[in-house]
Design a protein around this ligand. Structure first.
Ligand code: HEM
Length: 375
């Protein structure tokens, strides 16, 4: 075994002589799991000690944990999703049987399935909350435009990941939720036709299910991974606060303990939700029998309500175009709002507008839910 600087033999020094451990550990900082940059030319211990002695970067300071929480949830989804993929069969005739058998016959199957479902719900909620926080905190000002746009696009990609997942069990609820969701996406010029092209049509049959599966387990996860990477890269470059990095009252060591606590808390919360609030499967899907109260998933309720609010004379593609224009306007907000980046107290108009937009969005969700009868 190789000896380290102090002359002691250790597994770390043995490995260090054969692998660049610092480079491997620096992957953690690339994805925000270690809020410090490591000098990959130095041995791990030295690089860590050096990082520990540096002031804490602004993006690692409390309460900035949404990025890290969302990435951990993404990891939970990838691991639980891979476990489910061992038993899941992506054809219309086998899908329902395979997911019910995962829940019934496979040891720990129900837990993994429920953790996957709840992690998806929490991920979307956190990604949405992150956008709200960035807006009200004015974190989309000069040089942080990319962070804002990435947050918006990540939320949209995550909703597509969720949507493609909902069809996979091929139960009545998932099937009809997807049918109603596709009525919304099909109204969107460009995005609607592109999505139909990817899945091979606007109907829902066995081949479409298989393409949903490929999108779900390969395309969206890789896109999300790339988006997370870009987000953390930009955050490391420009930080999350316009206030310069000071010495900071907490050290990196304390931040790492906090991070460990957050992970433990998150796993505990997921296990609690999965065990005490399970989301059960519906009966197998019947494409010829629409169940009462079939509606799009929660994140499409407001767009659904907006689409249905137009007078009947307005063509559907024009309504879709309006929705897309709205999205582009919000995406380009950092370039439209010249006072972005100033403290909330100095942007009363933007804060009032944001609060109004949230209220209108909540009202649209309520309306979207009540457009259909009870379930
Ligand atoms: C590598 C990543 C992923 C893999 C391999 C994966 C795999 C799977 C598989 C095999 C199923 C069907 C089995 C079942 O329903 O129990 C499923 C369902 C599902 N997935 Fe994923 N998934 C991944 C990522 C995601 C992401 C990123 C989201 C959401 C943001 C997501 C949301 C869902 C949802 C909502 C379901 C339906 C669960 C249900 O109704 O039981 N998945 N996933």
């Amino acid at each position: 075994m190789a000896a380290d600087a102090g002359g002691k033999r250790s597994i770390r020094s043995w490995l260090e002589a054969r692998l660049n451990l610092t480079e491997i550990a620096s992957f953690l900082s690339v994805f925000g799991l270690l809020p410090a940059e490591l000098d990959t030319r130095k041995p791990l211990r030295e690089a860590l000690d050096e990082a520990l002695s540096r002031p804490l970067p602004s993006y690692a300071r409390w309460p900035r944990i949404m990025g890290i929480l969302s990435f951990i949830l993404f990891l939970v989804l990838a691991v639980s999703g891979m476990m489910l993929a061992f038993y899941y069969q992506p054809t219309a005739s086998e899908a329902y049987g395979s997911v019910t058998s995962i829940a019934r016959d496979v040891t720990g199957g129900t837990l993994v399935n429920q953790v996957h479902r709840w992690a998806a719900t929490l991920l979307l909620l956190i990604l949405a909350a992150r956008i709200v926080r960035f807006y009200f905190g004015g974190m989309y000002g000069r040089s942080r435009e990319v962070i804002w746009m990435l947050a918006m696009v990540t939320f949209v990609v995550a909703t597509f990941a969720d949507l493609t997942g909902r069809l996979l069990p091929w139960d009545a609820r998932g099937y009809w939720t997807t049918v109603r969701a596709r009525e919304v996406t099909d109204a969107l010029p460009l995005i609607g036709p592109l999505f139909s092209f990817l899945v091979g049509g606007s109907g829902l049959d066995s081949l479409v299910l298989t393409r949903f599966y490929i999108l779900h387990i390969v395309v969206w996860p890789f896109l999300l991974l790339a988006l997370f990477y870009l987000h953390f890269s930009s955050v490391r470059r420009v930080g999350l606060s316009s206030v310069a990095d000071g010495p900071g009252s907490r050290s990196l060591r304390v931040v790492l303990y906090d991070l460990l606590l957050i992970v433990v808390f998150l796993i505990g919360a997921l296990a609690t939700l999965a065990i005490f609030m399970p989301q059960s499967f519906d009966v197998a899907a019947d494409p010829f029998a629409t169940p009462p109260g079939a509606r799009p998933p929660w994140y499409l309720l407001a767009p659904h309500a907006l689409l249905e609010s137009f007078p009947p004379l307005v063509p559907r593609f024009l309504r879709g175009l309006f929705l897309e224009a709205l999205f582009v306007a919000v995406l380009l907000l950092p370039f439209l709002d010249r006072r972005a980046g100033e403290r909330p107290g100095r942007r009363p108009a933007a804060i009032a507008l944001g609060a109004l937009a949230l209220l209108v969005w909540a009202a649209l969700i309520w309306k979207g839910w009540h457009l259909e009868g009870p379930r």
